[in-house]
Design a protein around this ligand. Sequence first.
Ligand SMILES: Nc1ncnc2c1ncn2[C@@H]1O[C@H](COP(=O)(O)OP(=O)(O)OP(=O)(O)O)[C@@H](O)[C@H]1O
Ligand code: SF4
Ligand SMILES: [Mg+2]
Length: 327
Amino acid sequence: MTSGPPGPVRAVNARLAVSDLSVRFRLPDATVHAVTDASFEVGSGQCVALVGESGCGKSVMAGALLGLLPGNAEVTGTAVLADPAGDTDLLAASETVLARQIRGRRVGLVPQSPAAHLTPVHTVRRHLVDVLGAVGPERAGRAARHAEAERVAAAVGLPVTALDHYPHELSGGMAQRTVTALALAGRPWLILADEPTTGLDAPLVRRTLDELRRLTDAGHAVLLVTHDLDAAARIADTVLVMYAGRIVETGPVDRVLHEPRHPYTRGLLAALPRNGFHPLPGLPPQLSALPPGCAFAARCPQVGDDCVRRPDLWPRDGHPVACHRPC
Ligand SMILES: Nc1ncnc2c1ncn2[C@@H]1O[C@H](COP(=O)(O)OP(=O)(O)OP(=O)(O)O)[C@@H](O)[C@H]1O
Ligand code: SF4
Ligand SMILES: [Mg+2]
């Protein structure tokens, strides 16, 4: 076992290329269009932030990539993971491949709800040692796994005393850091971090974000799912702005956050306290009853006659936006 914080043991020119990813939930009386035609890439040394209001499809997208959606989900598209272990389309992979080769090994997930992912009767140490037993070096003995558990915990700022706590004894921030440590234990090159700063106070938010950036700079790839634009500004290279299941604007973080082109992105920025806290009017449409044209039309200050047609994300490179009348 090596010492020091988790490093990029398999992160050599690795890349995830997502193309036309769509997710539909079939309900008895409706179909939920949770994600529609999402395409993006993230590679070693890159942090991509996926931002948008609650319910826009961020977690469903992350869940689809790891085969973690319930049985009523229909997932289409491709998501090709290309790393030294080979090329794998995550959306076509069997549950056996996802469980044995992908989750925790090549792709780590920091889940949005830590409590739902921790076993109440196991201590933090037991969680970490068990995960290391499953995804760590095959010949690592018990003592080595315990030492590695302490090293991974320290890397995310978990005090050693927390290792012997049960989940119900953890603060929200400690539970969050526990699931982050579990996600990093197998040294996956791609890290999907779904709202990893929920429940943390400001210094721990900064520490967690800076740790994700450090891992990025060490050669990992990070997909940061967040509704926090300041978190994206702090560590991301690229931003994907999602509205009603679709990516409506994407580009380099400075361009998107300082020269937003989509009225929705402008609205998100205007709602920040530092920008005067001007909340977006209205609510997003129900994903089971989307309007035929632009899904943002009912809330858009720039809406016009042409907005009855659904706008495509355009141009394909640089700073694309899905809007007929971009800013
Ligand atoms: N199993 C399911 N069956 C039906 N609809 C679902 C299911 N799971 C999620 N949804 C719907 O998919 C949509 C997207 O949910 P998702 O959890 O991805 O939102 P989110 O962007 O992560 O929001 P938040 O910021 O609150 O975490 C929501 O409308 C949600 O109700
Ligand atoms: S397409 Fe029209 S309604 Fe949609 S964001 Fe652009 S201007 Fe607004
Ligand atoms: Mg979510």
